[in-house]
Ligand binder design. Structure first.
Ligand SMILES: Cc1ncc(C[n+]2csc(CCOP(=O)(O)OP(=O)(O)O)c2C)c(N)n1
Ligand code: SF4
Ligand SMILES: [Mg+2]
Length: 347
């Protein structure tokens, strides 16, 4: 009689969860849409980093990209806001519970067109959350009109040419105060994984602008957000490795071969030199390399900037350690004496 083989136990991460625990619903986006690849990277990175899914709050606005939080981290909290208003909702929720990890996933239209004002204030506050822009240069959900990140001179399928200059969300984030700024491409699995993991380890606003082609409306010749254009014009600044704090990080590379940036949680972002020396802690250099690349029609990818020193908005507010939403009434209601003193000052 042959013994019945028992299946091997499922693979788990360092907090004992399977990758299944990090997945969401089945995607309803078009096959080949760049946003689907980004969802897959988010699942892998949160699993491999061992983040508790129930300690994450996902936020989005309106768009194909903003639908995508339904397709990852199904055990996390989530709020799908109105168009362009995701930052306000995330700010309120994360102020009410500072223990949650905020993950915003939105589009170039949601962020740079209707939502630009909200985005700028989030950046200016260095609000502690991860903010992913799934950037396809168009409003995919409403049939492919140009968004504010579409490059000057790029062409729609209908032949319409964009005659306005783009907002570069990375340049805006650098200028106004984000402390982690990266650009990647949905087709660059390895680089995007390292960037998302570093963003998880960062404390402050981590902006990741990911060129994410819309195969239905903006993947043709004449588009600068297509798979073909990215294949020919992506210019990685460096090669990235991420070593999480729970792994052995004793291996040191010889001087000059790599630069290590120590993240807030003790993990390392290891940056290996490619063609140029690039110091991602230098904000002005980041702004100037972006400007030069734009002139050459290149898309620079990698970690453009990291600053682990600047305080976050929540630190500046000097909040109590416990989530505000859990404080009992006697701790949030001012006493009669304090109210009377306040009234006295106003007399
Ligand atoms: C106030 C308001 N204005 C306009 C719309 C129509 N609308 C829905 S999604 C969208 C743009 C989405 O573009 P993007 O954020 O780039 O997402 P994508 O679909 O490209 O991923 C627009 C204009 C809306 N829903 N609400
Ligand atoms: S319309 Fe474009 S952005 Fe929307 S799901 Fe399809 S490919 Fe993606
Ligand atoms: Mg878009």
């Amino acid at each position: 009689m042959s013994a019945i083989a028992t299946p091997p136990p499922p693979k788990v991460n360092h907090i004992g969860l399977e990758i299944l625990n990090y997945k969401g619903g089945r995607t309803t986006l078009c096959a080949g849409c760049g946003h689907n690849s980004i969802s897959e990277r988010i699942v892998e990175c949160f699993y491999e980093m061992g983040v508790e899914p129930w300690s994450v709050a996902k936020f989005s606005g309106i768009g194909c990209s903003s639908k995508s939080p339904a397709y990852f981290l199904g055990l996390s909290h989530g709020f799908n806001g109105v168009h362009g208003r995701m930052p306000a909702i995330a700010t309120g929720a994360l102020l009410a519970n500072r223990n949650l990890m905020g993950l915003g996933v939105t589009g170039d239209g949601d962020t740079a067109s209707i939502g630009i004002g909200q985005f700028m204030h989030l950046v200016r506050r260095n609000f502690p959350m991860i903010y992913v822009i799934e950037d396809n240069g168009v409003y995919g959900l409403t049939k492919g009109q140009f968004s504010a990140t579409a490059d000057l001179g790029s062409k729609l399928k209908t032949g319409v040419i964009n005659d306005l200059p783009p907002f570069d969300c990375c340049a805006l984030a650098l200028k106004w105060g984000a402390t982690f700024v990266a650009r990647s491409f949905s087709g660059d699995k390895r680089q995007l994984q390292a960037i998302i993991k570093a963003a998880i380890a960062h404390r402050g606003l981590a902006l990741i602008d990911v060129v994410s082609p819309c195969v239905t409306f903006n993947d043709h010749d004449g588009s600068t957000k297509s798979y073909g254009y990215m294949k020919d014009h992506e210019e990685p600044l460096h090669e990235l490795d991420f070593v999480p704090a729970f792994e052995d990080i004793a291996v040191e590379l010889p001087e000059g071969q790599a630069m290590d940036v120590r993240m807030h949680d003790g993990s390392l972002l290891r940056i290996r030199k490619l063609e140029r020396d690039y110091d991602p802690t230098d904000r002005l250099t980041a702004l100037s390399v972006l400007e030069e690349a734009e002139k050459r029609g290149e898309v620079l990818t990698g970690v453009l900037y990291v600053n682990t020193e600047k305080p976050t908005f929540i630190e500046l507010l000097n909040l109590v350690d416990e989530p505000l939403g859990t404080l009992p009434e006697p701790r949030v209601r001012p006493s009669r004496k304090i109210l009377e003193e306040a009234m006295e000052e106003l007399r």
